[in-house]
Design a protein around this ligand. Structure first.
Ligand code: SF4
Length: 377
């Protein structure tokens, strides 16, 4: 592995719209590149401009903490920061990859978030996060720290091939259990599932069952993308070496779309499998309201609930305009409760969706969402 120390100009990235998967309004990359070297990682795609050989070359933003100090300092801001989780992880490099043993950028970031009383959502595949349990506890006591791990399945052999640089799935689950026992909200991101390898009902059920048994608060599911270019070429080479018989099936579902999506029919079928199993095990498939009702402001809470309703309706095979309405609401600058009478003029907000929004503004929750989710998912 080659480490290159670089200077970044900025660290905190504000999302244009609240992210309803992670409930974050801000994200960051402390590293560029990732020594975990997952075969399917989309950080490898040209679109992200990660220099060098992905998986071997890692750039460390050595001035990240100084910049973050400035970016988080409320005295330097005209407006208070958006009230949401700050996302640590994901993007183009795991925040707890091996380089963090030496540089501790994740820990120092958490210390800053703790100092400024900000909630955090950490997503990783590394058990190194246990090193920072103490500081995460402090954040969790004051605000909240959500700990999530990603998995492609619970199968150790498949993981060793496709996720060569990370601890085995049961070790990741052990770490989640340790955090759970310390009172943290914890989640599993079962994504990406690998087509025709980890997307079958047996392996999905094993993951859902493990999440339920560990007492996780949610499980979020997603299929794999393969962007044409470096990401797809690298993945297909590994696939052809170990599963040559599957290559023609990949050609059928990945038709080289710009964003690397598989066909809609393929995603629908795996989503259905997952959704049925998650319901059977009583696992929430989105982050539950109790994890964000005290964190998001009313506009963002409405956006998230509308998007969660959109997801549930689509999982049930129904047509939904809730996602479109969520986008319109996300563009409103004033507090929604101050423009109640204008809600019906927003694009995508018809009488039914307006009723749902008013319910959220009046009660802080959505009875329609509760009904759709059976109060659990
Ligand atoms: S841990 Fe995440 S960022 Fe790192 S290689 Fe794997 S998928 Fe990519």
């Amino acid at each position: 592995m080659t480490i290159k120390e670089i200077k970044a100009k900025s660290i905190l990235r504000k999302h244009k719209k609240i992210d309803s998967w992670f409930l974050s309004g801000y994200g960051m990359n402390l590293y560029r590149g990732c020594a975990h070297n997952c075969v399917y990682c989309d950080g490898r795609a040209e679109k992200y401009y990660v220099e060098g050989e992905f998986g071997l070359d890692v750039a460390v933003k050595v001035n990240a903490i100084d910049i973050l100090k400035r970016e988080l300092d409320p005295k330097r801001k005209r407006k208070p920061p958006r009230s949401s989780y700050i996302m640590l992880g994901g993007g183009v490099g795991d925040c707890y990859q091996p380089a963090d043993n030496k540089y501790s950028l994740s820990r120092q970031t958490l210390e800053l978030l703790d100092f400024y009383n900000l909630p955090v959502h950490v997503l990783t595949k590394s058990t190194l996060i246990e090193r920072d349990m103490d500081i995460l506890k402090s954040i969790n006591n004051k605000k909240r720290a959500v700990i999530s791990f990603s998995f492609s399945s619970m199968d150790e052999k498949i993981s060793a091939l496709f996720e060569p640089g990370v601890p085995a799935p049961d070790k990741r689950l052990d770490t989640l259990l340790k955090f759970k026992k310390q009172g943290f909200a914890c989640g599993m991101f079962l994504m990406p599932v690998i087509p025709f390898i980890t997307d079958g009902p047996e392996l999905i059920e094993q993951s859902v069952k493990s999440a339920a048994k560990t007492g996780l608060d949610f499980i979020i599911f997603g299929g794999m993308t393969l962007k044409p270019g470096r990401q797809k070429d690298y993945f297909m080479n590994v696939l052809r070496a170990s599963y040559p018989q599957l290559a023609p099936q990949y050609d059928l579902i990945y038709t080289d779309s710009q964003w690397g999506e598989a066909t809609r029919e393929y995603y629908q079928s795996i989503n259905q499998t997952f959704f049925t199993l998650a319901r059977a095990y009583g696992m929430p498939v989105r982050m539950p309201l109790r994890l964000y009702s005290d964190i998001l402001d009313e506009n963002d809470r409405v956006v998230v609930l509308l998007e969660h309703i959109d997801y549930l309706l689509k999982m049930k095979g129904e047509r939904s305009y809730f996602g479109y309405a969520a986008y319109s609401v996300s563009q409103v600058k004033e507090p929604l409760s101050s423009v109640r009478e204008k809600l019906g003029t927003l694009k995508g907000v018809g009488p039914d969706i307006k009723r749902v929004i008013l319910d959220i503004l009046d009660t802080g929750r959505s009875s329609y969402y509760d009904k759709l989710s059976g109060n659990r998912v």
